[in-house]
Design a protein around this ligand. Structure first.
Ligand code: TYD
Length: 216
C-alpha cells in the first residue's frame, strides 16, 4: 500500500501541462508538502539519455515498436528509481505525462494495439497507476499553434513527435477522449483554452480533494 499520492498531467500538445505542473509543484512545496516533480520521457539520468534518442529529428527510421519500447524503458527506470520510492515514503508525485501518453500517442496516434501496450506498460511500471489524471484539453490546431509560438520564441523545443502531421495529432486528441471514457473515475478534463489562472484553479480544486483523502 502506497502512502503517497500520484498525480499525472496529460493532453495533446500546447495545453500548458509543463507550466501548470510546475506551478502546482511550487504551490504545494511552499505549503510544506513533501512533493516531487518529474517529467516523461526522462526524469532520471538514464531516462534523459533515452529522451534524447526519442526526440532526435535524425532518427527518421525509428519503428513504432522501438519508439514504444524506448518510452516504456524510460518510464520503467523513472518508476523504479524515483516515483515508487517517493510514494512509499508518503510524498505527492506530480508527473508531466505518464503511461496515458503512450496509449494516446503510440496507441491511438501510431496505431499500435492498445491492449498490447497495456501489457508492456504494466511490465515496465509494475502496474503503477496514477490516483488522479488531468487532461488539459484544447483543439489540436490551437495547441499546435501555441506550441509553435513557444518554439519560435525559444521557450520550447519542436521535437520529432511534435513534427508529425495534423492527422496524427487529431488521432492523439481523440485517443485521450477515449481513455477518459474508459476510466472516468481517474480523469478530470480541464478546458485548457481558459485563462492560465482559471486552469490552475480548476486543477488545484481537484488536487485538494485528493489531498483531503490523504489526511482522512
Ligand atoms: P515534451 O517536450 O515533453 O512535450 P510536451 O511539452 O508536449 O509534454 O515531449 C514529449 C513528446 O513525447 C510529446 O510530443 C509527447 C510524446 N510522448 C509520446 O509519444 N509517448 C509517451 O509515452 C510520452 C511520455 C510522450
Amino acid at each position: 500500500m502506497m502512502k503517497g499520492r500520484f498525480i499525472t498531467l496529460e493532453g495533446p500538445e500546447g495545453g500548458g501541462k509543463t507550466s501548470q505542473t510546475r506551478l502546482l509543484f511550487e504551490q504545494l512545496r511552499n505549503e510544506g508538502f513533501d512533493v516531487l516533480l518529474v517529467r516523461e520521457p526522462g526524469g532520471t539520468p538514464i531516462g534523459d539519455q533515452i529522451r534524447a534518442v526519442l526526440h532526435d529529428h535524425t532518427n527518421v527510421g525509428m519503428l513504432p515498436n522501438t519508439e514504444l519500447l524506448l518510452f516504456s524503458a524510460s518510464r520503467g527506470q523513472l518508476v523504479g528509481e524515483v516515483i515508487r520510492p517517493a510514494l512509499e515514503r508518503g510524498a505527492i508525485v506530480l508527473c508531466d505525462r505518464y503511461a496515458d501518453s503512450t496509449y494516446a500517442y503510440q496507441g491511438y496516434g501510431l496505431g499500435l494495439n492498445v491492449n498490447a501496450l497495456r501489457v508492456i506498460t504494466a511490465f515496465a511500471t509494475g502496474g503503477l497507476l496514477p490516483d488522479l489524471t488531468f487532461c488539459l484539453d484544447l483543439p489540436v490546431e490551437e495547441g499546435l499553434r501555441r506550441k509553435r509560438m513557444a518554439y519560435e520564441s525559444g521557450a520550447s523545443e519542436w521535437n520529432r513527435i511534435d513534427a508529425r502531421d495534423l492527422a496524427f495529432h487529431k488521432r492523439v486528441h481523440a485517443g485521450y477522449h477515449e481513455l477518459v471514457k474508459r476510466d472516468p473515475a481517474r480523469w478530470v478534463v480541464v478546458d485548457a483554452t481558459q485563462p492560465f489562472e482559471k486552469v490552475a484553479g480548476d486543477i488545484r480544486q481537484h488536487v485538494d480533494q485528493l489531498l483531503a483523502s490523504m489526511k482522512g
